[in-house]
Design a protein around this ligand. Structure first.
Ligand code: FES
Length: 161
């Protein structure tokens, strides 16, 4: 979760301001700018969304409309490590839901959130393209396949140092 001190510190970088100026009058500018913002901050901070609205001269509600429509954009700062639990058909049929429950227990958090220490965020995702390894979990770019819940503590330990 974002605290107010952190929000205050966030302002648009000069590079982003220049990017917005460049895209201001072009079609599709909002999506392009939001991609760039997320590339910079790994999510779209509220303070930045305000500034983007001002510079593009559009209502803030339009920005949030786009962010909530496209699941790609994040409103919360992701954890240092992003856990993605595949819930595509092959993984679902091999009990991927049990992996979600076990992660929720181990991290004491819910799917779709970030742990209070900011270390891990977790979310269920669509097929990640390695169905032969189902059920699959990705942590950042590392793929873990053919998993069962008993293996998860050791995997988390690897990222908890
Ligand atoms: S369904 Fe999980 S990798 Fe394809």
């Amino acid at each position: 979760m974002t605290n107010s001190a952190e929000t205050k510190e966030l302002t648009l970088t000069e590079e982003l301001i220049a990017y917005i100026e460049e895209w201001k009058d072009k079609p599709g500018n909002l999506i392009m700018v939001l991609h760039k913002v997320q590339e910079e901050y790994s999510y779209v901070p509220r303070a930045i969304a305000f500034e983007v609205a001002k510079l593009l001269d559009i209502p803030l509600a339009r920005i949030y409309g786009v962010i909530t429509f496209y699941h790609f954009f994040k409103l919360e700062k992701p954890g240092e490590y992003e856990i993605k639990i595949c819930m595509g058909t092959a993984c679902y049929l091999r009990a991927a839901e049990d992996l979600i429950k076990e992660f929720e227990t181990l991290l004491n958090t819910e799917s779709g959130t970030t742990t209070p220490d900011g270390k891990f965020s977790m979310e269920a995702v669509r097929c990640v393209g390695c169905c032969g390894l189902a059920p699959v979990v990705m942590i950042d770019n590392e793929v873990f396949g053919k998993l069962n819940p008993d293996q998860l503590p050791a995997i988390l330990a690897k990222f908890s140092r």
